[in-house]
Design a protein around this ligand. Sequence first.
Ligand code: ATP
Ligand code: MG
Length: 423
Amino acid sequence: MSSIVAIKGFNDILPTQTPAWRRLEQHLSSLMDAYGYQQIRLPMVEQTNLFKRSIGDATDIVEKEMYTFEDRNGDSLTLRPEGTACCVRACEENGLLYNQTQRLWYMGPMFRHERPQKGRYRQFHQIGVETFGIQGPDIDAEVLVLSARILRELGVAEHLQLQINSLGSSDARAAYKSALVAYLSNVYDQLDEDSKRRLSTNPMRILDSKDANTQALLNTAPVFLDYLDEDSRTHFEGLKCLLDAAGVPYQINPRLVRGLDYYGKTAFEWVTDKLGAQSTVCAGGRYDGLVEQLGGKSTPAVGFGIGLERLVLLLQAIEVVPENLDQQADIYLVAVGDVQSTAMQLAERVRDELPFVRLLTNCGGGNFKNQLKKADKSGADIALILGEDEAKTGKVTIKFLREEIEQQTLAFDEAIAYLLELE
Ligand code: ATP
Ligand code: MG
């Protein structure tokens, strides 16, 4: 019988990798605290219509990437492909948007049926930031400054570039769309297959086509900035001033459109040339129309999502590998002979008195030499050695595994006091 393996595109994050992930998660959550953003925890499954209505029928996600299934009641459910729609749903349902502002974040898995490759998986993780109720460019700038700090403090900022654009009002987009469609219809035969299809379903997505020929055709296409409405133009200028004031460098990319229908005005991406085709590490923008589109009162909103796998890959690519990640313990308790109950009591006392120390006990027996080997492998700096003689007299030997310090045999109390001093 063949063994059962994981589903393609669904990854295990192994013990050797979790320290990097936890460091990243801790870094992110403490930065969110520092900016006064509050965490919200959302379900992973929602009604399919939530995503259809928000992300848009003609987007890649809804067209071909969603994990949609019928549950036992015959309801159509979907594993969340992104968090924004879920967050809006939860805020609206719980009355968090009425007459108030919100600055929220969440972290967790998202699901998209894509072709797995480096930096692109079927289950991946995002940290998402969403703010509600603030209209001006000050909040757009704040979320961008926050994203810049995340990347700077992780040491990856110099490998990323911030690109911004304004997608204008829906009227401006509609006017631009007709101009773009008129222009591209004249060169229809020269477009790539995807872009041909998008010309009728989602023409603005053609702007970020990866096809070189299509990109060349776009060089002489109408430019969106010429169609930008006054309100969006002022907003964009305001954002640029604030980013300048904050010292966050950016590039204006007029072809940046984002793959979801709900964005308007500000759109941005942090991109890198270190991860091949999966170049976008963080993406977001303003979505003032979404709350109303999902049945709520019109509410301005702006946010972003960071793909954590891509961030981890980037950290690895530039070799910002945190130290001591393989170290499993600080202290290893070697227990030789018939001393199991004393060993367990001693271990628990050490954990009471030194709560920040990682103590690994030797379970499963073994002779002294064998246990010392395991102590060494654990990465511990110190071995506590408990043999039958020591156990009888209530003593333990402290042996330093990495430093030339003489070992000592002390009563339990003294040993703990000694360890406390080393802290
Ligand atoms: P892409 O153009 O790479 O497909 P996207 O526009 O679909 O990205 P968003 O929906 O904006 O991506 O998601 C925000 C971020 O989540 C992306 O910038 C990326 O870092 C990450 N991300 C998106 N899809 C995946 C995936 N399948 N695997 C890993 N990370 C992903
Ligand atoms: Mg995508």
